[in-house]
Write a protein that binds this ligand. Structure first.
Ligand SMILES: [Zn+2]
Length: 403
């Protein structure tokens, strides 16, 4: 059971319910036991009371989209105006990394996530290299093993092309999923094999969807950029003809989308795509700072909100963002939409909704009895606007874990 500890702060943000002034969170044995006004929670309480003072107690964050394997590229790929340029630079820089550099990057990336308040991360891996690091870290994770194969036209089972999926560890570890990279790098057969594998194990899946204008062009009427890229990598399919559909409509035609699916970026989604995604229950994972960094554009937030698409947040990788601090994404959204949406909405996207997207809301995403005691504290003054200061202080690295 463990010793009972009460964390008391000027504000407690359960996320699943309204902020509490002069609140307290009771924890024991790594779980939350009670949340409420300190005057109620502490009545008759005999255990240790930790007063954290002026600031907010809040749940650990959920970053739904990183590529820890690219962390070693930090500072090596500058922001670009054209997404295509960013992709070429990233592919070139990645090919020059040594295994030691990659491993050191994964270690540093994980530490950066931890230091900025992330309790649960959805990490994309092309190789499985980040898995031992994730297993050894205090963070919880969902590892998305990313499959590419534009030319895998006849694949029926993932195991035929990806030995990673033949191990018993992968079958037994529910924190491992299969992922499809993107519509321009995955064949219809591979999309179907990824879906089948995840569905049989009830695991979430993800893909990069509608990230760039050139992706939309490639699927609707064909484009030389991806043709050349695929030819250079020996993956081009001679005679390929574009499906003539938007990325979302194309994935829907392959029956890939559903509540189990995290569609990452969505920068180029149109209103009709948003309506389609909402009908399927698919999640869109917003990485707005990363989209600006890579030259992809900005996600159509009003259309997504209007359609009722479930949303969560990610930072993407250090090849395509300034840092892995999810508060940076919240602050960006807060500043852009401060007059349009409730100011606390962005914390919800970075906590509870992320946990729901990754199907881990039983343990993460809010301060509620029974959930894991993954909580932290951000000091605040009383002078500035509450939410602005919370996001800004979080983005400046003020997070403190409460153990
Ligand atoms: Zn990504």
């Amino acid at each position: 059971m463990g010793e009972m500890i009460a964390h008391v702060g000027r504000w407690v943000l359960p996320v699943s319910s309204l902020p509490i002034e002069e609140g307290a969170v009771l924890v024991a044995g790594g779980r939350i036991k009670a949340v409420g006004p300190a005057s109620e929670v502490l009545r008759g309480f005999k255990g240790e009371v930790r007063q954290h003072g002026t600031g907010a107690i809040l749940p650990g964050l959920v970053n739904c989209h990183t590529h820890l394997e690219f962390s070693a590229l930090a500072g090596r790929v500058p922001p670009q105006e054209r997404w295509e340029d960013w992709l070429w630079l990233t592919l070139t820089a990645t090919s020059k990394l040594t295994p030691q550099e990659k491993n050191e990057g994964i270690r540093r990336g994980l530490q950066a996530l931890r230091d900025t308040g992330v309790a649960l991360v959805g990490d994309i891996s092309n190789t499985g290299e980040s898995l031992p690091f994730l297993e050894a870290s205090p963070l919880d994770y969902q590892l998305f093993y990313e499959c590419l194969g534009f030319d895998l036209l006849d694949l029926s089972r993932l195991e035929e092309a990806f030995p990673f999926f033949t191990t018993s560890q992968v079958n037994e570890n529910r924190n491992i999923s299969a992922a499809a990279h993107a519509p321009y790098s995955v064949s219809p057969a591979l999309f179907k094999a990824v879906k089948r594998w995840n569905k049989a194990r009830k695991r979430p899946q993800c893909l990069h969807l509608a990230e760039s204008a050139v992706e939309v062009k490639f699927l609707t009427r064909g484009d030389d950029f991806f043709k050349k890229l695929l030819q250079a990598r020996g993956r081009w399919v001679p005679g390929f003809s574009p499906p003539g559909l938007s990325p979302a409509a194309y994935l829907h035609s392959l029956k890939f989308l559903g509540p189990d699916t995290l569609a990452v970026h969505g920068t180029q989604l149109q209103a009709a795509d948003c309506a389609l995604l909402a009908r399927t229950g698919a999640w869109v994972i917003l990485c707005p700072r990363a989209n600006v960094y890579t030259g992809a554009g900005t996600p159509p937030l009003p259309e997504l909100m209007q359609a009722g698409v479930p949303l969560a947040l990610g930072t993407d990788s250090l090849a395509g963002n300034h840092d892995l601090n999810l508060f940076g994404e919240m602050l960006w959204l807060y500043k852009k939409y401060r007059r349009h949406y409730p100011e606390g909405r962005w914390l919800r996207l970075g906590t509870l909704q992320g946990a729901q997207a990754l199907k881990r809301e039983k343990d993460f995403g809010s301060l509620e009895p029974g959930k894991k005691a993954a909580l932290g504290f951000i000091p605040l003054s009383r002078e500035r606007r509450f939410w602005e200061e919370l996001y800004a202080n979080g983005a400046a690295g003020a997070w403190q874990w409460l153990n």
